[in-house]
Design a binder for this molecule. Structure first.
Ligand code: PLP
Length: 380
């Protein structure tokens, strides 16, 4: 759909104000494409809000919004649906368009699914370090993986491929915050707050999430304000990500070496990250993220990915602070994807040793917190 526009004044033209064949065919394809994406949503159920077990006498309830149950296994199913609808309704994608995306993996898995639904070719531009499990999931959905050595080059490489193929670069990092309808339309915030309706603390004290594009935190932060709630938004960030220093120093040009926790943390402050709606940020060591992911899997019986560990660590940190302040209330965080995507990384002791990651001290923090309510972080 890129390239110079064709004049519609001769050849395929408007006659007496009515569009002729070319336009009709394009529009018919578009209508059908939108119907297919909407029908996929219509067939899907809402995701669960699980109760995470905490001692009831703490008077604090913790919930995990389980985004792993989407058809493509992660929170990114929502984003992929929004990005496709946005591109379709903007007239950026037609029946012959190759879809290109820069991704650390999970978004591409979901986008490959929607591209296949629409019969469009899909190319994921990703760092070579992306887990083999995610690469197979993208290929299983009919997508092609284009791997690059330097994670910082995925954006330019995607743009270049889009130009070369006459395709469309979806660009999640730019469009995530605006492709989602933040006022409602069953976005993740509306779903969470509706599901809390019958709980003892229906307005959470904290919602704790990570940031990959920044889209989820932007949607939740805006929704909280729009609905005039006192809930505060905490964003957790892994080691070597630019979001934390960018937020702390109000510096959109901050950079980082790149995150080991797939799906969250970025080498640059992405355009979709909205620092003004974030009330608090917590920098979480990778060993803490992985310890919390494994501990969560043991406690809940659901294996979870590394970024869920990051989010859970942040949520427990906030709960410890609430306890110290004598506060009761609720906290919500996200179960972003399942642990089966990370059996060769976060759940593999040899991988941890090769990365020089020791999770033992962080596991002790978690176990002690569950036993005694005392939160003691290992020294940095
Ligand atoms: C725990 C968690 N929270 C939030 C996100 C949000 O991602 P984004 O900023 O792209 O919406 C992710 C993405 O993987 C995540 O794993």
């Amino acid at each position: 759909m890129s390239g110079p526009r064709e004049s519609r004044l001769d050849g395929c033209c408007t006659v007496g104000g009515l569009a002729t064949d070319g336009i009709d065919a394009d529009r018919a394809w578009l209508h059908e494409a939108i119907r297919k994406v909407e029908a996929d949503a219509n067939r899907s159920a809402d995701t669960h809000l699980h109760v995470f077990p905490l001692p009831p006498d703490w008077e604090i309830d913790l919930y995990l919004k389980d985004e792993s149950v989407h058809p493509t296994g992660s929170l990114k199913h929502r984003l992929a649906r929004s990005l496709f609808l946005y591109a379709l309704c903007n007239g950026w994608v037609g029946s012959e368009t190759t879809i290109i995306e820069a991704s650390s993996g999970s978004t591409a898995v979901s986008e490959a699914y929607f591209a296949r639904l629409l019969g469009l070719p899909f190319v994921a531009v990703m760092p070579r370090s992306t887990s083999p499990e995610k690469i197979s999931l993208i290929e299983f959905q009919g997508g092609r993986c284009h791997l690059v050595d330097d994670p910082g080059t995925i954006y330019d490489e995607s743009r270049r491929l889009a130009e070369e193929t006459g395709g469309h670069y979806l660009d999640q990092f730019t469009y995530a915050e605006r492709a989602t309808d933040w006022r409602g339309n069953n976005n993740i915030a509306e779903s969470i707050f509706a599901q809390l309706g019958e709980e003892r603390f229906p307005v959470p004290t904290w919602v704790v999430v990570g940031a990959g594009t920044g889209g989820t935190s932007a949607t939740i932060g805006r929704y909280i304000r729009y609905r005039r709630m006192d809930t505060r938004l905490c964003v957790v960030d892994p080691e070597n990500s630019a979001f934390f220093p960018g937020w702390l120093n109000d510096d959109a040009s901050a950079t980082g070496a790149g995150s080991r926790i797939e799906g969250i943390g970025r080498p640059r402050v992405e355009p979709s990250f909205l620092p003004s709606v974030v009330d608090c940020m917590i920098a979480v060591p990778d060993a803490a993220s992985i310890a919390a992911a494994r501990w969560c899997s043991a406690v809940t019986g659901r294996t979870v990915g590394g970024s869920t560990g990051t989010a859970l660590w942040g949520a427990l940190h906030q709960i410890a602070a609430m306890r110290e302040a004598g506060q009761s209330g609720s906290v919500v965080t996200l179960l972003c994807d399942g642990g089966e995507r990370y059996t060769h990384t976060y759940y593999d002791d040899a991988w941890l040793a090769a990365q020089g990651i020791d999770i033992a001290p962080y596991l002790r923090t978690l176990e002690k917190f569950a036993d005694t309510g005392a939160w003691h972080e290992p020294p940095a």
